[in-house]
Design a protein around this ligand. Sequence first.
Ligand code: MLT
Length: 269
Amino acid sequence: MSQVQLGDIRMAVELKGDAGMPLVLLHGFPLDHDMWRHQIDALSARVQVIAPDLRGFGQSDVGSGPVTMERMADDIGALLDGLGVSEPVVLAGFSMGGYVAFQFCKRFPDRVRGLILCDTRAVADSPEAAAGRAQTAAKVLEHGAGVTAEAMLPKMFGPGTAAANPELVAQTRAMMLACPPAGIAAALHAMAARSDARALLPTLRVPCLVLVGEHDPISSAAEMREIAEAIHGADYHVVPEAGHLAPMEKPAEVNAAIERFIAGLPAVG
Ligand code: MLT
């Protein structure tokens, strides 16, 4: 892992691959960059992978003051500056990482040459959902990361995965338990306050791939189809037998979809 100082935080980032276009992988909640392990290892043969721990997760500091999706998007802009990456990137956001990707597209449209939206949502939280997140944040600060690990784990995988692949479930639980409570709580408040991204979708002018696990209970295939239909020319791909965490659950299928997408991108300039 490399560490890059960005204003008030040190951001941890895995950099792998030294040729081809930059591919930035934004992880979900409550996880870290390692959820993209299979993509980092396979795709770095043809692109430069940049996989950060978002503010407050993994080995990245949470910093001071409220966290927002906008602030996390600004972190990514500053990270690219810090790494000397000035060419437009392919940006992939999984779930919460997708919320950050929407804000990045709003703030830095010229820095994106392709967008991959993976198991994410464009709608904002309902008031009830936002209130629930605030309660969960308070519980996490009192009782630790186990609160979110036990709440989220059952929603992560397709119906057959826990029995077929208990190691994956154990690995995911460990990643969730390793998230710092302060970062989890800050991200819960940030997600609760996030803006609705639906108006952004028809304004996007970059190639876009929308990927979703067939049985995703958080960002359903039907909801992601609506996202794809709202984006001009977007590809929509359902990952069979996967739940929410499709990149870890069905890596070969997800990698193949991303590789096809990247191979089809027009050359820059
Ligand atoms: C995620 O996987 O990042 C979360 O499910 C996002 C959310 O809770 O909205």
